[in-house]
Write a protein that binds this ligand. Sequence first.
Ligand code: GCO
Length: 457
Amino acid sequence: MTSYQFPEGFLWGAATASYQIEGAAEAGGRKPSVWDTFSATPGRVLNGDTGAVACEHYYRYEDDVQLMVQLGIKHYRFSIAWPRIIPDGRGAVNEEGVDFYKRLVDCLLAHGITPHATLFHWDSPQALEDLYGSWQSREMAFDYADYVTAVVSRLGDRIQHWMTINEIMCFTHLGYAVGKEPPHAPGTQVNSLKQIWQTSHHALLAHGLGCKAIRAVSPVPCLIALVDNISVTVPINESPRHIEAAKQAFHTCGQNGGIIFPVLTGAYSPALIEQLGSHAPDIREGDLETIHQPLDCLGLNIYTGTYVRAADNKVGYEFLDLPQGYPRMHMPWLNIVPESIYWGIRHVSETLGCEDLPILITESGCAAQDELNVNGEVIDTDRIMYLRQHLKAAHRAVSEGYPLKGYFVWSLMDNFEWAWGYDRRFGITYIDYETQKRIPKASFDWYRECIRSDRVV
Ligand code: GCO
């Protein structure tokens, strides 16, 4: 019998991101980000939705902190919007923008909630897109580092948990494409795969320079993490040969070999470089050292995974397609593979030479077809099922001794789901976008009980 009890001190949290919840796109000196431009372009975002209003968190942050108090979380992950802090991308700091985050953080601290701030969650200043094509240019990494310096020197007295960048692959490889319209901002078509890999290389460089900037200006000791959405390979069954196959596949997948490898080991995975051939990015002398900064923690966003089995072929493994009827949540890619939490943590910590590096699940959650019932409630038992299974897999990782230290549910509330606009709801709190009313769903109460009792309920 197992009670799925987590150790004392396991950190329970919830996550959000600036563009997805803040709204107030033109308030307090903020200027446009690439997502403002992209979402205002017809045909780019479902139903023409934009983040201009979103959840009005900019105005309602005190209510949202009350929600967190009600939920019982002691840790909150949010992101800081570069275009609020330095509206033109480089140059003058907008103190009014900084003040918003001071107010938010002070409110969190007053309620005993530790802030975990992501410095970049995809909202690049439009001005830098106009100036030099943002991530296409190496200059972006240096402007990012200046922005980080501006933030940490002003907020470092209040925030000691920094996350440099969220999911590099998403705003680079999904923001640029060859021969088709990319689904994410800035939505630029480039001429070659090499140019796309160059954008993610610049983002890696930004991460490295950002780490250095944080350490240089933080007024007190702080903890630094990168947040990555690794591609998780899950053995079809846990016999040694399939486990080995899943490990091999984890190593060769481009999403891992091109992001987490250079960050944690100081080199792109050799398999990826070979696979890319002439499409590999240009890497200047010293880049890899800069990218390979010591980290205090690693954030993993894990939503799903891919099954793998051993195979009699050149590489020794194969990825398995899922049957038509495989259960998934309300996104085409959201196949329900709860073991991915366990295997993601295990692969990273066993195979990348970082057995002791603390890991946080910085996002875990799902979209569901939430509706208010006649009593005005949202009984999202499907989300509870999803979260329960994922937390059990997290518990397994902890009980086998992997360094998983905490879990942030995505998301505290429904929000602007990028190219899907408001059509997809990931929150444990329902947002009525007409009235901005916050309505905790059944999953909110379920999660509160997990937090209260430190176990999966
Ligand atoms: C991420 C995304 C989130 C998404 C979530 C659901 O970090 O993965 O940044 O912003 O909303 O993943 O797709």
